[in-house]
Design a binder for this molecule. Structure first.
Ligand code: MTE
Ligand code: MO
Length: 223
């Protein structure tokens, strides 16, 4: 990023919060030890339903102006591309409804997202045969990783809208990732780069004791 592209950061990085969560991972807090492998219940083990939508991040929220936002693609794809927001809106759009499950125990049902499906992106980008992981990079420096097979799931998208309106800055607007089958730390807010790799690259929380995958039904909270 050039300096001109660097968004303002609103708020201060929450070093204390990061250390608390690292400690929870060490202590293996919140685990019930009763996984729901059959996905029988709507609420995964150890979760509680909330009606509001909590904000969780590292504390410093990048103020990414829509006219400055862009998404780059790097690594193992046949057709690397980059999009501005108008170009992103010109791609085939889709609506999705999914539940959010955060590792800090809250779940929020029936979130209505609009954006571009991972399938549309993958059809355009054409990952090479060696590509096995996607690393998400965000404007606040956050990173997280997913297996390409999980990113390719039919319910995954890069979303610009929630409940019919642009995603607000605090929830990752202009564009965030939504991977409903995994805990929400895998859904990068303020996404600005998709990197396709052969070798896995654990991200911010994965390097601080969180699970490398994060299936809420299996209680994959910590590594
Ligand atoms: N860029 C970025 N994405 C992020 C985070 C972050 O700090 N930075 N936090 C993650 C975590 S830990 C959670 S629980 C969800 C929270 O999303 P929300 O604030 O919209 O609820 O965003 C995830 N994506
Ligand atoms: Mo989180």
């Amino acid at each position: 990023m050039t300096d001109d592209d660097k968004p303002d950061l609103i708020g201060r990085s929450k070093g204390k919060l990061v250390r608390t969560k690292e400690k929870w991972a060490e202590e293996r807090r919140l685990l019930t030890g009763r996984p729901d492998f059959g996905h029988v219940n709507r609420l995964p083990p150890g979760q509680k339903e909330v009606k509001n939508w909590p904000v969780l991040d590292l504390g410093a929220q990048p103020d990414v102006k829509p006219e400055k936002w862009h998404l780059r693609v790097t690594g193992l794809v046949e057709n690397p591309q980059a999009w501005t927001l108008p170009q992103f809106h010109a791609l085939p759009q889709a609506d999705f409804v999914s539940d959010i499950h955060c590792v800090t125990q809250w779940s929020r049902y029936d979130n209505r997202w609009q954006g571009v499906s991972s399938k549309t992106l993958l059809d355009l980008l054409k990952p090479k045969a060696e590509a096995a992981h996607v690393i998400f990079h965000a404007y606040d420096g956050y990173t997280t990783n997913a297996k390409l097979s999980v990113f390719a799931e039919a319910n995954v998208l890069l979303a610009h809208s929630w409940e019919g309106a642009p995603i607000p800055r605090e929830h990752g607007g202009p564009v965030r990732v939504v991977i409903p089958d995994w805990y929400f730390w895998k859904s990068a807010k303020w996404v600005n780069c998709l990197e396709f790799t052969a070798v896995d690259q654990p991200g911010f929380w994965e390097n601080r004791g969180y699970h490398n995958e994060g299936d809420p039904w299996k209680e994959e909270r910590y590594s």
